[in-house]
Structure formats: structure tokens, C-alpha cells
Design a protein around this ligand. Structure first.
Ligand code: HEC
Length: 146
């Protein structure tokens, strides 16, 4: 076998190992991705640590809709493994967990709609509501760091 082919095969084997594979890892990475790619960049503008750019903020708020929904696709039963901070209440009180998720996702939709008008004072309130909804769910359903 020539060297190039060997290298290609090894690369193909190495890729899956570098990715998250348990649902707990997948959802944790999805939460982090949302935080880094949209929630925190918007937060910089909201806290006036970075200039507010209407078009950019609109894009980040729009991207947040998809990014925010993603982690919630990865909460199958019995998936508290490794360093997962998911509390058992997620599965013993599924209606409350889903309600918290839905209120949160609605506030994310609202922020994206508000962003289009470009009024920073109104945006700050809508952003604050989203942040409050993160906290409400974390207080009820996310345990301490392990
Ligand atoms: C409806 C519930 C819910 C909402 C809303 C929610 N989270 Fe979480 N979040 C969780 C749970 C549960 C975990 C733990 C998942 C695990 O470790 O298995 C988590 C984990 C995370 C993590 C992964 C790293 C860590 O410290 O555990 C980050 C980052 C995070 N959330 C940020 C946010 C932010 C930012 C928001 C709002 C913009 C948010 N979350 C909204 C439930 C929620």
C-alpha cells in the first residue's frame, strides 16, 4: 500500500474518534456552540463591550433559532453519562422540561424578530428574557459541574 493511501485511511479512522459520540457529549457541545456562535457574540453587543452592528446582530439572532433547538434533540432516556450535568428531573418531569424549553425557544424567536427593527434598548430587554430562560431551566434541570 502506498503511503498516501495509508495516510488517508488512518485519517478516516481518526475522524470519528475526535467527534462527540454519546448523547450527553453531543448536547453539551451543541449548547457550547450556541453560546459561542450566537448567544455570547450578541451578549457583547448588548453589554456594549462590542459595537452594535444591526445586520450582524440580525444574523446572529437568526442563527440562534437553529442553534438553540439543536441540544434538545439529544436527551434520550438514560443518557446521564460521563460528565453530564443533566438532572434526573428532565425525565421524571418531562412536561416541565418541555415547557421550559418551549418558553426559551419562543423567546429566541422573539429576539430574532425584535432584532429586525434594530432598536438596541428593545433588543436588550428581549435578550435579557432569553438569558432569564437559560437560568430558569438550569436552576431546575442542570446539576453542578463534575
Ligand atoms: C430547557 C432547559 C435549558 C435551557 C432553556 C438552556 N439550557 Fe443550557 N443546559 C441544560 C442542561 C440540562 C444542560 C446539561 C446537559 C448535560 O450535561 O447533559 C445544559 C448545558 C449547557 C451548557 C454545556 C456546558 C455546561 O456547563 O454544562 C452550556 C454552555 C449551556 N447549557 C448554556 C446555555 C445557554 C447560554 C442557554 C440560553 C441561551 C441555555 N443553556 C438554555 C438545559 C437548558
Amino acid at each position: 500500500m502506498n503511503k498516501t493511501l495509508t495516510a488517508l485511511l488512518l485519517a478516516a479512522i481518526a475522524i470519528p474518534a475526535a467527534h462527540a459520540d454519546t448523547p450527553a457529549e453531543i448536547r453539551s457541545q451543541a449548547f457550547k456552540k450556541m453560546l459561542l456562535q450566537s448567544f455570547e457574540p450578541m451578549g457583547m453587543a448588548v453589554r456594549e463591550r462590542a459595537p452594535y452592528d444591526k445586520a450582524k446582530f440580525e444574523q446572529q439572532a437568526e442563527a440562534m433559532k437553529t442553534l438553540a433547538a439543536e441540544p434538545f434533540k439529544h436527551f434520550p432516556a438514560n443518557s446521564v453519562t460521563g460528565k453530564s450535568r443533566a438532572k434526573p428531573e428532565i425525565w421524571s418531569q418531562p412536561a416541565k422540561f418541555q415547557a421550559d424549553r418551549d418558553v426559551f425557544l419562543k423567546s429566541v424567536d422573539n429576539l430574532a424578530a425584535i432584532a429586525k427593527a434594530g432598536d438596541l434598548a428593545v433588543i436588550k430587554k428581549a435578550y435579557g428574557q432569553v438569558a432569564q430562560n437559560c437560568k430558569t431551566c438550569h436552576d431546575a434541570f442542570r446539576g453542578p459541574e463534575k
